[in-house]
Design a protein around this ligand. Sequence first.
Ligand SMILES: CC(C)(COP(=O)([O-])OP(=O)([O-])OC[C@H]1O[C@@H](n2cnc3c(N)ncnc32)[C@H](O)[C@@H]1OP(=O)([O-])[O-])[C@@H](O)C(=O)NCCC(=O)NCCSC(=O)C[C@@](C)(O)CC(=O)[O-]
Length: 298
Amino acid sequence: MPRRVRLVEVGPRDGLQNEKQPISVADKVRLVDDLSAAGVRYIEVGSFVSPKWVPQMAGSSDVFAQIRQKPGVTYAALTPNLKGLEAAIEAGVSEVAVFGAASEAFSQKNINCSIDESLARFAPLMVAARENGIQVRGYVSCVLGCPYEGEVDPKRVAHVAHELFAMGCYEVSLGDTIGTGTPGKTRQLFEAVGREVPRDKLAGHFHDTYGQALANIYASLQEGVCTFDSSVAGLGGCPYAKGASGNVASEDVLYMLNGLGIETGIDLDMLIAAGQRISDVLGRPNGSRVARARLAAQ
Ligand SMILES: CC(C)(COP(=O)([O-])OP(=O)([O-])OC[C@H]1O[C@@H](n2cnc3c(N)ncnc32)[C@H](O)[C@@H]1OP(=O)([O-])[O-])[C@@H](O)C(=O)NCCC(=O)NCCSC(=O)C[C@@](C)(O)CC(=O)[O-]
């Protein structure tokens, strides 16, 4: 087991992107600032994607302009193409993520192109990012199942992850977009992908649709993975994966890691407060079981 784990907080982006109700810039900014105050060192703040595809992320530039950027915290954004990168640079973003998929059907639905076309689109983005001193993270979606194609062969995941790593992504996050993965399959996945990309350059991104996310993170820890994406209050779901619930709740991951004696630098009580505040804004129950238990006990 690692002694330290890096948590990538995706709540402000993955968590909110699918919300149909308007969320003010002020509420998004407050969420990001609450997270950094809780000790979160990596926050995915928004995305520079087509506003026709994901309207909720349209105000990402304003959010970046208004957050209080703390030293030592990475504030990142998703960028699907060069146009997105240019907008991110304009907004002063210092780290971005490109996102591909291991399933052709999902790639088409999510970014309107094939897997090969997506990799070709990322290439000029990588060059421009390098020229501007911007680090790029990579995502592969549908690593443990696709909403359109069903089972996904780990070799296909390994291929896309390798391509992203080879083109310069410093880390590749493997996304169980629809949360169908189980611990055994998760271990097989990291074994397969770990042959193509060093394990310390891989991250796990587990949606909790089937209640398997914590078990999958535990299995990934056993495979030597030390970076996990999570979403405060379990917010979210992907607009192009119907019925998929949010990411595993950050509070629940943190509680498990604390119990294992693994350090993250994050304060659980402050994280719970951040998650409850945004849940109140959205007018919905907090998706973290740990937060619900702690708040009920108060
Ligand atoms: C990729 C595109 C743009 C292709 O969409 P397209 O329609 O094929 O793009 P296009 O190049 O033909 O351009 C069409 C229009 O979009 C504009 N456009 C083009 N690019 C941009 C941009 N960057 N920012 C703003 N506008 C843009 C462009 O200017 C044009 O505007 P128009 O002339 O019609 O007014 C579109 O499909 C898109 O934006 N998709 C984003 C989908 C998305 O954000 N999905 C959620 C994130 S992925 C996820 O959640 C999974 C993950 C990462 O969490 C891991 C997991 O759980 O699996």
